[in-house]
Design a protein. Structure first.
Length: 386
């Protein structure tokens, strides 16, 4: 990494509460990394984001040339915060916008602005009036303002809807990572692309899959329902006492302490192993998927856009058990590559027992069309149009 005064001009500027140096749990973080990894070679792309470490305040408002996946990304943090820390009094997006305003003069001419939240997109559209706007939507219609959301917008649902309607009309291009909502918006405007999420090809060590090892990944927050995942594993240990089961959970969040307490409570089960991995890198996530045998997703309905972790798990050959409302991309074929079940521990436990017999290669085959190189190329082709 080197620090520069200021680059000359950008083809695309991504604005989000994102630290290029420190991955955070969540699909948007992984989405942005994929867009940067597979960007057109000739494009000059920059990111205005955040710095996770509070000790890095002297780097705020300074451009960095960061080597990323064989290319150079220009990166400027404008505020110190951890996107994974949901215990905050001031919304992360508001702090990001305050930093963006503070350092606006250090941003050169930009052809295209890309933002991944309604509030960030709205402010950016006002600050960069001469730039094209790409607005990215990562939830279902009304997902952020639904009762199962942990966003502040659940208290201001009407305002969020009005802002989103404005942005869909105003934006040069709109990306919607949810099939149903994407089709709805496409019927209103031709500038909308209903886009699936994607998986990156695994290039690491070929690891042997451990039998009866369940992988769960996501923010340890209410919408993802990690507590249900552990309750289901305890029920599984109870109804299948002759076998030892394990669950590995990747992620951090405000429910971390509750998850750890529940792990302690379930330590009385001699045939259940619970490993809390915390924050993991994309590379470590891929390794954990490679070494596991099943995937579990326990999200509450009405929130997920197109869950990336499900695509990644199936690409890694994991038959997947998901709760109703989680498989928005309709990837699960019951009895073949996974199961969609009601959100209760007994139903999930029984589904995991059955999923042991499902074919690993059938799971891989289900998502082969969602390879990152194919999907991201389509995004750049669409968003680069005049």
């Amino acid at each position: 990494m080197s620090v520069r005064r200021r680059p000359g001009k950008f083809d695309r500027l991504i604005i989000h509460q994102f630290d290029l140096h420190s991955p955070s749990p969540g699909g948007i973080d992984t989405c942005i990394r994929g867009l940067l990894r597979h960007k057109p070679v000739s494009d000059v792309i920059a990111v205005v984001g955040v710095s996770v470490g509070s000790e890095n305040k002297d780097l705020l408002g300074k451009w960095q040339d960061v080597e990323f996946e064989g290319g150079i990304i220009h990166f400027m943090p404008v505020v110190c915060l951890d996107p994974a820390n949901q215990k905050r009094f001031i919304p992360h997006s508001l702090r990001l916008m305050m930093g963006l305003i503070k350092y606006r003069r250090r941003i050169p001419q930009v052809a295209t602005i890309q933002a991944h939240r309604a509030d960030t997109s709205f402010v950016s559209s006002l600050m960069f009036r001469k730039s094209n706007l790409i607005y990215s939507i990562h939830t279902q219609g009304g997902g952020l303002s639904s009762k199962n959301s942990d966003s502040m917008w659940r208290f201001l649902s009407r305002i969020h809807r009005r802002v989103e309607d404005y942005l869909v009309t105003k934006a040069h291009r709109v990306l919607v990572f949810n099939p149903e909502y994407g089709q709805e918006l496409q019927s209103r405007r031709p500038n909308v692309l209903s886009c699936p999420t994607w998986f990156e090809e695994y290039n690491g060590e070929n690891l042997k899959k451990q039998p009866r090892t369940v992988f769960w990944a996501g923010r340890l927050e209410y919408p993802k329902n990690p507590i249900l995942a552990l309750e289901s594993m305890a029920k599984l240990a109870e109804i299948d006492p002759q076998n030892t089961w394990a669950i590995k959970m990747a992620g951090v969040g405000t429910l971390s302490e509750d998850v750890l307490n529940l792990r302690h409570n379930y330590s009385t089960f001699p045939n259940l192993k619970i490993e809390i991995l915390g924050r993991v890198s994309p590379e470590e996530m891929a390794r954990q998927i490679e070494a596991s045998s099943l995937f579990l997703m326990t999200s509450r309905p009405g929130y997920e856009g197109f869950p990336r972790v499900l695509v990644e798990a199936m690409a890694g050959g994991l038959p997947s058990v998901v709760t109703v409302g989680s498989d928005t991309g309709k990837l699960i074929v019951p009895g073949e590559n996974g199961a969609v079940v009601s959100p209760d521990s007994l139903s999930i436990a029984r589904a995991l027992l059955d999923a042991q017999s499902y074919d690993t290669e059938r799971a891989r085959h289900s998502v082969r069309h969602l390879n990152a190189k194919i999907v991201v190329a389509n995004i750049y082709n669409f968003t680069g149009k005049e």
